[in-house]
Design a protein around this ligand. Structure first.
Ligand code: ARG
Length: 484
């Protein structure tokens, strides 16, 4: 009924069992095919655990030496691919324990004293998450750089700005592009907050209650680069907030990227014709020779679905989960791996697409005043002449209605027509009915006036510089810890 004897998973807990795991159980519970990604972190946390076992005097010096050199050998062999999981391995922990015992015999099992896979897997996954969220942050930082550069390139280009996908008011096109950098810098600050909250080591929690052995969770925490060790061993093994919060951040990045995707798709249509996406970032059609499709933009839009799905899946799995470790928690990994790996492939493609897209300045400038996008200027002109805004709005609307009826643009109305609509609409109104006038008047902080846009780009650049410093110092500390 069972081929348990060949299944290494049973090796970690076989003592009280008369029979090994059934094939069906083994097939269901096996996770090494995805959790092997945790191997470098598992080995590093085993080395930290070994150090506390050593200082506690629980292991003979000779055993410590053997274990340490076997763990270090395994680190190299895992990195080179020389040591890999086999069919009978259940998960990354049992595979690596097999590696240890293959190297040094039964004494390899000594590393397990005072530790459970429950605190082990929680620790490994935190280390994996920190490492990879730093990688995502690095790519976000590069993406921001690309966005800021593109925004700077178009920081003197007028274009229509939209609400409800209808012409609203003219804007500087660089202002339009720069808005995406603000969204991603918020994501970077989310990652930075998340890093602080995630810097808690669960190692030492054991199965759930801590350990009767003289371990030192605070020392292990420091060794692994965490700020502190868990304040509650039960929370230590069951807390997966760092996973769901990371998934929320990754999904939010996905949503931000999807809005870029949608924008690019629209701007690259024949009808708009503003965006010219580079050949290297477009695809063709197998049947229609003329086609050039913005597939990166479409994938950028589409990937948000799976990123949100991963978040929803993990939150749903965590909901109502009872005390401490339950095997449900094994379902935390694939969504996290998937969201991270999705973005690590998506972000560079989106960066490349943005960096190489050219926009048609003439077309955007010509479109800027159309669709009566300067009507607000008429209303604001009247407000400056102390007319209540409701009346000013009414009068500007009447100008638009007259233009629509007579098929003209606002600046084509005669002085007499303006005065007939409102006595305060004197000749001076013509001065504000230009795109340049409208743009340069939007001087509120964060507005689209060229001087404000220039200031905004400077601020974004400075902030990006601060983020890169933070990310690289954290990343350097992390890789220093991993190679210690
Ligand atoms: N593969 C397991 C996981 O990912 C490791 C922890 C197993 N713990 C247990 N009590 N069965 O969650």
């Amino acid at each position: 009924m069972s081929t348990g004897a060949t299944q290494n998973g049973g090796a970690l807990w076989g003592g009280r069992f008369a029979d090994g795991p059934s094939d069906a159980l083994f097939a269901l519970s096996r996770s090494v095919q995805f959790d092997w990604r945790l191997a470098p972190y598992d080995l590093r946390s085993s080395l930290a655990h070994l150090s506390v076992l050593e200082s506690s005097g629980l292991l003979p010096a000779e055993t410590v030496l053997k274990l340490r050199s076997a763990l270090k050998e395994l680190q190299l062999e895992v990195a080179s691919g020389k040591f890999a999981p086999i069919d009978s391995d259940e998960d990354v922990h049992s595979a690596l324990e097999r590696g240890l015992t293959e190297k040094i015999g039964a004494v390899g099992g000594a590393i397990r004293a005072g530790r459970s896979r429950n605190d082990q897997v929680a620790t490994d996954l935190r280390l994996y998450a920190i490492d990879h969220m730093l990688a995502v942050a690095g790519q976000l930082n590069s993406l921001c750089e690309v966005i800021i550069a593109k925004a700077t390139e178009y920081s003197d280009a007028p274009a229509p700005g939209f609400t409800h996908l209808q012409h609203a008011q003219p804007v500087i096109f660089g202002h339009e592009i720069a808005k995406h950098a603000h969204a991603f810098q918020r994501d970077l600050s989310r990652i930075s907050d998340w890093l602080d909250r995630t810097s808690v080591s669960p190692l030492g929690s054991g199965a759930l209650a801590g350990s009767s052995l003289p371990l030192n969770p605070k020392a292990t925490a420091t060794d692994l680069g965490f700020t502190e060790s868990t304040g509650n061993s039960i929370d230590g093994v069951s807390d997966r907030d760092f996973v769901s919060e990371a998934l929320f951040i990754l999904a939010t990045i996905g949503v931000h990227v999807s809005r870029i995707g949608e924008e690019w798709c629209i701007l690259a249509t024949t009808e708009f014709g503003w965006a010219k996406v580079a050949d290297a970032y477009s695809t063709g059609s197998s049947i229609m020779p003329q086609k050039k499709n913005p597939d990166i933009a479409e994938l950028a839009r589409g990937k948000a679905g799976r990123l949100i799905g991963n978040l929803t899946g993990v939150m749903t799995m965590l909901k109502g989960l009872p005390f401490a470790y339950n095997r449900d928690l094994q379902e935390d990994k694939e969504p996290l791996f998937d969201s991270i790996e999705t973005l690590l492939v998506l972000l560079p493609a989106v960066s490349g697409m943005i960096a190489t897209t050219e926009f048609d300045r003439a077309k955007m400038a010509a479109a800027a005043p159309t669709g009566f996008s300067l009507a607000t200027e008429i209303a604001d002109y009247l407000v400056r002449a102390h007319i209540p805004f409701s009346q000013a709005h009414e009068a500007a609307g009447a100008c638009v209605a007259l233009c629509e009826k007579t098929n003209r643009e606002l600046h084509e109305l005669t002085d007499a027509e303006f005065l007939a609509i409102h006595p305060s609409l004197t000749g001076g109104v013509r001065e504000v009915l230009t795109v340049a006038g409208a743009l340069s008047s939007r001087t509120t902080a964060g507005g689209t006036a060229p001087a404000e846009v220039a200031k905004q780009l400077k601020d974004l650049t400075a902030k990006n510089g601060e983020f890169i410093k933070l990310i690289s110092s954290r990343a350097a500390a992390f890789s220093g810890m991993m190679s210690a």
